[in-house]
Every structure is written in structure tokens, then in C-alpha cells.
Write a protein that binds this ligand. Structure first.
Ligand code: UN1
Length: 508
């Protein structure tokens, strides 16, 4: 088979500029710090990227402000057409971009392709939404007055995305932001900068071909203070951040300090409950995919399985059998089910969590070891644990699954909700009562609550995000588009009289 290099196909160079602005195109600055893009399966360097300088940053911000001013004049359905064309470009390059994601992030090729599919799906969604930026009309208390609301663009939207979904999360934000009439500035994770730069090339091709304003701009920051400047920048009307709760909390505070808007999609410690009458044919594959997929590096990863005492032994046996069949290795090999962790620090955190769980009394049922050799490979791990163990209550971004036993559904729901996070949750049951209880106001406190479906692999049609330490933000489907717009209420008096508020009369 002919060897294809996704780097070449996606126009990436060995030493690539990490900044593209509408004013200057790809930056020609030579003083920005160099960032290494590392293949996590081999530890070898893929390419180098030149990080942004302060001058680059100003270029990007100024160009984005100008692009936003031009773009808001374009009718929303035409904005949708531009996103449709970007979606077509993604369709044409799905295979190459999927391979690049697999190469740079380490997720298996099927998941790399799946991530591009999520981008295509949100593009299609945004195209439809561009014709449905609906506001309400309200009845005024005053005679012969008309009151309605409309949605206007915000201006410049900032998107800070994480390594684990290097391109899809940007697309959820950027495509809705685009149809809303905004310019979007992307600060991707420096760990997956090539994926982001490849997407920028695709957007550039489409926008240049159509002579459209440069509504998508990018800067890659190599740990300078530019990310901080971005967060504090009053020109950025909305700052969308996906990543850890610790960083998200700091960003939320800083954006709030300037009374800006933030959209936070942070950590999860997602539980999947297996009720006494659950169908294990459904539950087992959902748990394995949820815990092992993306090597446990999804915010929606299944981290805790809460199993009814009567089903614990059976579930444990079946999970261990499934785990021993998980092929770990080269993420580009179609038979591989689990690739590497992103870097050495992630491996160290995995090892520390496995050790901490055992010190706290957890019992290792399978896995638990780092694999020697090149790359950041670890074994998928199951630990029999109890709900109050400190390590069980934390989010460790690794394929570690804690098995906890419960006696009543109320106890399971309380345990599930007892952690700080509130992202995704699932109940496997054939009982209508149990299902309805779980979905009721007394049930799951998470942004996502599923029945007979796992915690991971959320579709873009729903409003993605969660409560508590997950940050409260919502991205992608449902009415998430409203986060990228500002609402204005308009009242028009066509009566010829001045009716003051609250029935007050001023005889002047
Ligand atoms: C994330 O991990 O940041 O639910 C997003 C899922 C994906 C989104 C995950 N569709 O697995």
C-alpha cells in the first residue's frame, strides 16, 4: 500500500508557523518559542511549531475585531453557507485529518475519523441553525406596543481547546460562533498543534476561495503569558474553555473579573450504574468503550461503575474477560483498541493513581502497569474500590475504572452525585421506575443522564456540558447557539401616546 503522509497532504511543514491572522496570514516571526509535536506512540518528534509572539497576538486580535465587524453584515443563512463549505472540505479530508489526529494525539484511527465526523455533524447542524436564530415575541402591558427579542453577534469569540479532542471541540464552538456572526480565535493545545494547523489550512482555503472575511484565526502559545492576556482581553466577548477544572476555575474567575462571558466545559468523574435488573449484554460493551476509549482521556470517560451487589460477581468476571482482549498498541493499526496516553506526565499520573488506590484499600482486578518500551502505553485497569476513597472521587485522565458495590438505587444515585463534578451519567436497567427516578429531579445531577447507554460518546445534537465543577457551560446542539450571541429586547410604541412604566403618570 502506498505510504501517505498526512502532514504533507494537510500542508504542514517540518517547522510550521503557529499563528495565522487575517492581516498577515501565516506569521513570519522567528522569535517565538519552538514547540515540539510528539507522536505519543513512539516518543518521536513529528514537527516543530513556532509559538506566538506578543506582536503576533496583537495581529490576530486586531484582524479578528475587523473580521467580526464585516461578518456581522453578512446575512445569517449566507454565514451558514460558508460553514457548509468548510464541512465539505472536512468531508473531503476526513481520512487524512483522522490519520493526523491518530498520529499526534494517539487515539485509534477509528476515533480520529470519528472526531472529524463530529466536526462534519456540527457543521451540518450549524447550517440549519443559521436559518433558525429565533427570538420570542412578547405581549406588552402597554396598549399599541410591540415587544420582541432578537439575537445579535457578540463580536470576537475565543476558544481554548484541549489535546483530547484536538479539533472537534473547536468545531462545536467555531461553527456556531460563525453562523452567529462572530469571528473566532482559536488557542489549541500545544500538544496537538498540527491537528489545529491542518484545520486552519482547510478553513483558509474555503474562505479565500469565497473571498470571505477571515473569521477563523489561530495562535499557538507555548506557555508564555499570551493565553493569560487572551483571557483578560476585553476584546474577547466570550471565552470558551474546554479542559481541566483547575484551569477552568482560574479562567472563569479572570473572565468574570472583567464581566466577560465564559463558557466552561471542564472535568468529569462519570459514573455508570448497573441496576439489579440491568442487561449486561448492553452494559459490558458500554463500560469497556466508556472506560478504555481514547485511553480514558475523554471528559465523558466512565470512571466509576456502581453495580448492584447481586450482579457484582458476574459483571466483574465479564469485564475482566473483556479487558484481557483489549489490544494495546499502534493507534494506526485497525486491530488496536487502545492507544497511548498523551505524554509522560499522564503516565506518571496513571501510576500514581493506581498506587494511591491500592494504599487506600482498593483491590487491583486487572491491569495497573505501565508498558515498557517507546511510547506512553499503560494497561487498562479495573480496581475494586469504595466510594469514599479520595482517589475515586478525583478525575484521573487515564483508563482506570473503579468498581463500587451498592444495595439500593437511592444509595447508588447518592454516591454518583457525591463527587464534585456533574458531567455525564448512565443507568443500565430494565425497570421503568428506576429509569424515571434516575432522570427525575431527585436523580442524576449531571448535564448528561443516559438510560441503557454509556457515559461516553455524546452526540452533538444535545447541549454538551455539565454542572458543578464541570463548569455549567453547554456546547454543540439544542439551544447552545445562544451562548454565542447577545439578546436584545426591543419595544416599539406605535400608539401616539407615552405610556410610562408600572401605570405611573407624569403630567408634565
Ligand atoms: C471531551 O472529552 O472533551 O462524549 C469531549 C464524547 C465526545 C465528546 C467528549 N463526543 O465522548
Amino acid at each position: 500500500m502506498k505510504h501517505v503522509n498526512p502532514l504533507e497532504l494537510l500542508e504542514l511543514k517540518e517547522a510550521h508557523a503557529g499563528v495565522w491572522s487575517g492581516g498577515h496570514g501565516w506569521s513570519s516571526e522567528t522569535t517565538g518559542p519552538l514547540i515540539e509535536s510528539i507522536n505519543p506512540a513512539t516518543g518521536k518528534r513529528l514537527a516543530q511549531v513556532r509559538g506566538a509572539t506578543a506582536a503576533d497576538y496583537e495581529q490576530v486580535l486586531n484582524a479578528a475585531v475587523a473580521a467580526a465587524a464585516a461578518w456581522r453584515l453578512v446575512p445569517a443563512p449566507n454565514r451558514g453557507e460558508a460553514v457548509r463549505l468548510v464541512g465539505e472540505e472536512l468531508r473531503a479530508h476526513k481520512n487524512d485529518l483522522g490519520s493526523l489526529i491518530s498520529l499526534e494525539n494517539g487515539k485509534i484511527k477509528a476515533e480520529g475519523d470519528g472526531e472529524v465526523q463530529e466536526m462534519i455533524d456540527i457543521a451540518d447542524f450549524a447550517v440549519g441553525q443559521s436559518r433558525m436564530l429565533y427570538g420570542n415575541t412578547m405581549h406588552s402591558e402597554r396598549p399599541q406596543h410591540r415587544m420582541y427579542e432578537q439575537w445579535h453577534p457578540l463580536g470576537v469569540v475565543g476558544v481554548i481547546s484541549a489535546f483530547n479532542f484536538p479539533v472537534a471541540v473547536w468545531a462545536w464552538n467555531a461553527f456556531l460562533s460563525a453562523i452567529a456572526g462572530n469571528a473566532t480565535i482559536w488557542k489549541p493545545s500545544p500538544k496537538t498543534s498540527l491537528c489545529a494547523l491542518a484545520v486552519q489550512h482547510m478553513c483558509n482555503r474555503v474562505l479565500e476561495r469565497q473571498s470571505l472575511p477571515p473569521i477563523f484565526q489561530i495562535f499557538i502559545d507555548a506557555g508564555t503569558d499570551l493565553a493569560g492576556r487572551f483571557v483578560d482581553d476585553r476584546r474577547v466577548a466570550l471565552l470558551s474553555f474546554t479542559g481541566s477544572t483547575d484551569v477552568g476555575r482560574r479562567i472563569g474567575v479572570r473572565v468574570a473579573e472583567r464581566l466577560g462571558k465564559s463558557l466552561l466545559e471542564l472535568g468529569g468523574n462519570n459514573a455508570l450504574i448497573v441496576d439489579e435488573n440491568a442487561n449486561l449484554e448492553l452494559a459490558v460493551p458500554a463500560i469497556v468503550f466508556g472506560a478504555v476509549g481514547t485511553a480514558g482521556q475523554r471528559c465523558t470517560t466512565t470512571r466509576r461503575v456502581l453495580v448492584h451487589r447481586s450482579r457484582a460477581a458476574e459483571l466483574e468476571r465479564r469485564l475482566i474477560a473483556a479487558y484481557t482482549q483489549v489490544r494495546i498498541g499502534d493507534p494506526s493499526d485497525p486491530t488496536t483498541l487502545m492507544g497511548p496516553l498523551i505524554d509522560r506526565a499522564a503516565v506518571a499520573r496513571y501510576c500514581a493513581a493506581v498506587a494511591a488506590a491500592q494504599i487506600e484499600g482498593g483491590e487491583l482486578l486487572c491491569g495497573g502497569k505501565e508498558l515498557v518500551g517507546p511510547g506512553n502505553f499503560v494497561e487498562p485497569t479495573i480496581i475494586r474500590a469504595s466510594a469514599d476513597m479520595a482517589v475515586v472521587r478525583r478525575e484521573t485522565f487515564a483508563p482506570i475504572l473503579y468498581l463500587l458495590i451498592f444495595d439500593t438505587l437511592d444509595e447508588a444515585i447518592a454516591t454518583q452525585n457525591s463527587v464534585a463534578y456533574g458531567l455525564s451519567s448512565a443507568l443500565f436497567t430494565d425497570s421503568l421506575q428506576a429509569s424515571e427516578r434516575f432522570l427525575s429531579s431527585q436523580g442524576s445531577d449531571c448535564g448528561i443522564a443516559n438510560i441503557n447507554l454509556g457515559t461516553s460518546g455524546a452526540e452533538i445534537g444535545g447541549a454538551f456540558g455539565g454542572e458543578k465543577d464541570t463548569g455549567g457551560g453547554r456546547e454543540a446542539g439544542s439551544d447552545s447557539w445562544k451562548a454565542y450571541m447577545r439578546r436584545q429586547t426591543n419595544t416599539i410604541n406605535w400608539s401616539g401616546e407615552m405610556a410610562l412604566a408600572q401605570g405611573i403618570r407624569f403630567d408634565v
